[in-house]
Design a protein around this ligand. Structure first.
Ligand SMILES: Nc1nc2c(c(=O)[nH]1)N[C@H]1C(S)=C(S)[C@@H](COP(=O)(O)O)O[C@H]1N2
Ligand SMILES: [Mo]
Length: 501
């Protein structure tokens, strides 16, 4: 008896898990067909991101680097397999209990799609249909005594058919979601009145291995809490401006473009960038000055914050002072002379020189509330990050790398330094316990971008520590004190150890 039960339970687990995956596959298909932003699997993933405490999210992102999102999706799929399998075992023993288990499991994606911004009754219908598919397959295949009697070959054939159908149906759904994206088409058709800006003269310091001063859009770092970016056509985009203003205003995409687009070079940086890290990129943005729009709506004198909200529900608070002091804070519609890529905020995002992205760079921005810092908490401040996030003066060694071996003699050391909106005054390099030696700086078009630097070293045999520090134009020297990224940006000197042979 027990000997017979075991293979039955194992088979029921496999079929139950496949039934759940088949339901998820059908949901992917319906999501693609209806061009809904989030499938149930992705909605669960986004809910996990949202429910994760900030410091844990930070550590997870840190530990797994850019794989955090794929890993999260894999985790949700594994959860689906385990729970679906368990419900399958239950169905094989007691049909009604198993059906109830599957229905109970559907509550998870249902809650996820309904609480997600952009989640709709349409997404809820997709969840319900996918649960029906799961239950029908599970009941049809498991409530008979079939798997107690059929041979191994028949069982494996059923598994292969179900698995293949799931992959095909789900794959078609993912493909439709991507290929038929009306938003990508709309983006490709846009003709915006901005030219491709030439790279300014003299920005390259001429050392191999230093990251390009101008980041191509494809290489631009990406940080957001979304698993599938909002899909907004330009003609559907609106920015609703309200709160402590004299006149409320709703802007359309054409309103913005008709005002004329300014282009400016701004280096964007993430507060989660570790010392020596690569969550920083530089490009030319085109858009409308935020100050002009704020002047038009008339900001009340006792307001001190702009709370901006994305179509996906993410939000942040930006000091009004930074938006109105004349710096190139933009409602940006282009990046590197092209409409913003979808994942970088298409059709409209904010870019504010001198502030970390988490307090200023709202992508897919659709709402502005003029308010006071005392009156709200935003996405990351709720999770323990500081309400204000001015970029810290920092510098990085791009070459040589930590652990490199270099021949003795002349070695070109180089990297980048940044203190957006204050500007970099000087960069210095120190070998071991030696003196800080001045590095040579390349040129920059303004104080809002990073600057490349180089220093020629007479390398002598042995192991050496090379450290770098920058001084901004306020005269502040980058601190040697080592601190992590939470709550308002990492500090310390980037140091590499090399072996000179
Ligand atoms: N809607 C939305 N906007 C967002 C975020 C987000 O999670 N959602 N992340 C912010 C953070 S933390 C950073 S560092 C920048 C990154 O912009 P990028 O992805 O274009 O480099 O976007 C900001 N804007
Ligand atoms: Mo960030």
């Amino acid at each position: 008896m027990t000997e017979q039960r075991r293979p039955v339970a194992a088979r029921a687990f496999v079929i139950g898990a496949l039934a759940s995956l088949a339901g998820a596959g059908v949901a992917e298909l319906l999501t693609g067909l209806t061009r809904t932003r989030l499938s149930p699997i992705l909605a669960i993933g986004e809910s996990v991101i949202e429910l994760t405490p900030g410091a844990v999210a930070e550590r997870a992102i840190d530990a797994v680097g850019r794989l955090d999102k794929p890993l999260l999706v894999v985790g949700v799929v594994i959860g689906t397999i385990l729970l679906g399998g368990a419900a399958g075992v239950l169905i094989a023993r007691h049909r009604a209990a198993g059906v109830v288990a599957y229905i109970a499991l559907a509550v998870v994606p249902l809650a996820a799609v309904l609480t997600e911004p952009g989640g709709s009754s349409g997404s809820a219908v997709i969840v319900v249909l996918s649960a029906v598919v799961t239950v029908v397959i599970a009941v049809a295949m498991l409530s008979s005594t079939r798997y107690e009697s059929v041979g191994r070959r028949t069982f494996l054939r059923d598994v292969a058919i179900l698995g293949t159908a799931t992959v095909v149906v789900g794959g078609i759904g993912r493909w439709m979601g991507a290929a038929f994206s009306a938003v990508e088409d709309a983006r490709d058709k846009l003709k915006l009145p901005v030219g491709k800006a030439a790279t300014p003269e003299g920005v390259a310091v001429g050392v191999d291995g230093v990251e390009s001063w101008r980041t191509s859009p494809g290489d631009f770092y990406r940080i957001d809490t979304t698993l599938a970016p909002p899909l907004i056509k330009p003609e559907d985009w609106e920015l609703r401006i309200h709160g402590m203003v004299d006149h409320e205003l709703t802007l359309t995409y054409d309103d913005l473009v008709d005002r004329g687009l300014e282009q400016s070079w701004v280096t964007l940086c993430c507060v989660s960038n570790e010392v020596g890290g690569d969550l920083i990129s530089n490009t030319v943005w085109g858009g409308v000055p935020i100050k002009d729009v704020l002047d038009e709506v008339g900001v009340h004198p006792d307001a001190d914050a702009l709370l901006s909200t994305s179509d996906d529900g993410w939000n942040c608070g930006t000091p009004l002072a930074a938006l109105t002091d004349g710096r190139d804070a933009l409602l940006a519609v282009t990046m590197d002379g092209e409409p913003l890529p979808v994942e970088h905020g298409f059709p409209v995002r904010m870019v504010v020189p001198g502030l970390y992205g988490y307090v200023s760079a709202t992508k897919w921005v659709v709402e502005w509330e003029v308010t006071r810092f005392a009156d709200f908490e935003a996405y990351w401040t709720e999770r323990g990050w500081a309400p204000e996030g001015p970029v810290k003066t920092q510098s990085r060694i791009d070459t040589p790398h930590d652990g490199d071996q270099v021949p003795s003699g002349r070695v070109a050391i180089g990297g980048v330094a940044w203190a957006q909106h204050r500007g970099i005054e000087a960069v210095e390099v120190r070998v071991d316990d030696g003196d800080w030696e001045p590095a040579e700086l390349a040129r920059v078009p303004n104080v809002d971008t990073w600057v490349q630097w180089k220093w020629e070293w007479d390398a002598e045999a042995g192991d050496h520590d090379i450290a770098v520090r920058a001084t901004d134009r306020d005269g502040d020297v980058q601190t040697s004190r080592t601190r992590g990224t939470v709550p308002d940006g990492a500090t310390g000197h980037h140091t590499v150890t090399v072996t000179v042979t």
